[in-house]
Write a protein that binds this ligand. Structure first.
Ligand code: ARG
Length: 562
């Protein structure tokens, strides 16, 4: 039972000449304070139409509304406020929720459609940065939400494994590299070679030419250079794999930039055929002046291809391979212009699906107010953050619950849950100031707080003896009614979170469920033996189902004990 629909239908009986149900529904509000009722209908729009005062209309309407679900309807100035009977309405809502469990919140509007999600996509031979973490956890949650809405998803890890920087790295390795050192400590070692290259090239710019030549050799398939590159790549991938394992994220495709090396020729041909390729200062570009964008660089003067060329080839390939109805790119906002250029080129190529491409940007992780930069070394290593979070969770558990079984696994879930939740509870466009302390605070609006609430609810259920056939008969208290109203919103929240590509909507919602449950728990003796016991237990059961399902859609596990 959707309360907004209910109220809109009730009003429609009296207003059908003046407003449609949809119009009515769109203006209904939830009042700020509970003494103002459960829902409120403002009469301003109606007043204009009828040329009467809003207060007079509200008074008349309030007098004519009646339903067995309502305790009263009351005019308050220009508003008509309604008060539900929490017991009967709550029972109706809970019957609906319980009859759908464990599918409550599952939607079907995505059925039969494929969504590709370009996400994570770290660069080989470089540390996995906090920015890549954001792409990984936001992308993963959007994929899970899409699946909950019925879509088929293809999660693509578009590894950064191609481009002039690998020519530079190979040059640096050949000059200063040490095989044993790289083997012992691959990413930090390769990364410091890369940094050394940049430092040396400042004094000796001819190094840059050497780097470019090495990349050209790689593009042309030179065996020695290719072998080095393959080695760097496999070392990097196994380091990334450890992080994905900790985060519990997996991919359907690892086709990175290099996969498109042999597919870019055809893409460049196509651009040429359409007469879009023009020479500018030796390089070949597609002009995008008419879109108010800088030209898209397709080929450098030495023939080397670019980041944009690869993204164009990849989009063409993905459309052909997956037949997506939408292609999402979860990539930091600093690449906004790049994606607008890529999508504009596809449009100019006459691809009717160019408007199905969506860049989903997100803000930066700042350190003391400044952007992190890999090259300048101002970067926090994600693996250290995760490990520290797990350690903290572990000592917390040892202190609070020393006999817990699976303590190690639980600490991993809680530690990574803290890191993931800290990211997802923020609107994705916000910059986040990096603070290990904030992230790892196990109180307040955090992942561990939600996980703990879930475990507490589970423990109540363990103590109780629940029967399959128990029936929700209704509860009288205000706290249970407030909780039920929130639980009832779950499907809308899923839809909102997905359509806005905004896991934070879901994260904020499960915080609200947790708070409402803890309030209820603080006021009520849930396990007390009386006629309402079964209803209370069913309510607790619903809370655990929604919290664990909600957390799972954020990519976070919900331990049943903590
Ligand atoms: N590897 C890139 C980086 O770390 C991100 C790739 C994003 N995806 C894409 N299709 N361009 O900046």
């Amino acid at each position: 039972m959707n309360l907004y629909d209910f109220y809109a239908e009730l009003l429609e009986e009296h207003l059908s000449e003046d407003m449609s149900k949809e119009e009515i529904k769109s203006v209904i509000e939830t009042p700020k304070f509970s003494h103002q009722g459960d829902l409120s209908f403002p009469c301003f729009q109606l007043a204009k139409k009828k040329r009467q005062s809003p207060a007079a209309i509200a008074a008349e309407l309030a007098g004519s509304l009646s339903s067995s679900f309502l305790v009263k309807a009351e005019a308050a100035g220009p508003y008509v406020n309604i008060f539900f009977n929490g017991k009967t309405t709550g029972a109706e809502i809970m019957d609906g929720i319980l009859s759908q469990e464990p599918q409550f919140g599952t939607l079907s509007f995505g059925k039969g459609k494929v969504i590709t999600i370009d996400m994570s996509s770290p660069n080989i031979a470089k540390p996995f940065s906090m920015g890549h973490l954001r792409s990984t956890v936001i992308g993963n949650s959007i994929a899970l939400l899409a699946e909950k809405c019925g879509f088929e998803t293809i999660k693509i890890n578009y590894i950064g494994d191609w481009g002039t920087q690998f020519g530079k790295l190979i040059t640096a390795y050949k000059k200063w590299g040490d095989e044993e050192k790289v083997k012992a400590n691959p990413i930090p070692e390769l990364f410091s070679l890369y940094k050394k290259f940049h430092k040396e090239a400042e004094a000796d710019p001819s190094l840059n030419d050497e780097g470019r030549r090495a990349f050209k050799l790689l593009e042309d398939g030179d065996p020695e250079v290719t072998a080095l590159w393959n080695w760097f790549k496999s070392e990097s991938l196994s380091a990334f794999e450890e992080i994905y394992e900790l985060l519990g994220v997996s991919f359907d495709s690892y086709h990175g930039e290099s996969f498109y090396n042999d597919k870019m020729g055809a893409a460049v041909e196509l651009i040429k055929e359409k007469g879009l390729l023009e020479t500018s200062e030796g390089a070949e570009v597609v002009w995008l002046d008419d879109k108010g964008l800088p030209p898209s660089l397709i080929k450098k003067s030495d023939g080397a291809t670019l980041y944009a060329t690869r993204d164009i080839a990849a989009a063409l390939y993905r459309k052909k391979t997956y037949g997506f109805s939408q292609a999402l790119y979860v990539v930091g906002q600093e690449q906004t212009i790049h994606f607008r250029q890529v999508f504009a080129v596809l449009e100019k190529l006459g691809m009717p699906w160019a408007d199905q491409m969506v860049h989903i940007p997100f803000g930066l992780i700042l350190q003391e107010g400044k952007k992190m930069s890999t090259r300048k070394g101002r970067v926090i290593l994600l693996e250290e953050v995760l490990k520290e979070a797990i350690d903290m969770a572990s000592s917390n558990i040892k202190e609070k619950n020393p006999d817990l079984e699976n303590a190690e696994e639980t600490a991993r879930w809680v530690g990574t849950g803290a890191v993931i939740f800290h990211d997802l509870k923020n609107d994705r466009m916000n910059d986040i100031e990096f603070s290990l302390e904030d992230m790892l605070t196990f109180e307040g609006e955090t992942g561990p707080y939600v996980q703990y609430t879930h475990a507490r609810a589970q423990s109540i259920l363990r103590k109780a003896d629940m029967q399959e056939a128990d029936h929700f008969t209704g509860l009288e208290d205000q706290e249970s009614w407030e909780l039920i109203k929130i639980l009832n919103k779950y499907p809308e929240v899923i839809q909102d979170a997905y359509t806005n590509y905004s896991p934070s909507i879901l994260a904020k919602y499960i915080l609200a469920v947790s708070k409402a449950f803890n309030k209820y728990y603080g006021k009520t003796r849930i396990l007390e033996e009386n006629e309402d016991l079964h209803s209370r237990l069913l309510l607790v059961k619903s809370v655990t189902d929604i919290l664990s399902d909600g957390l799972s859609l954020l990519g976070i596990k919900a331990p049943s004990q903590m």
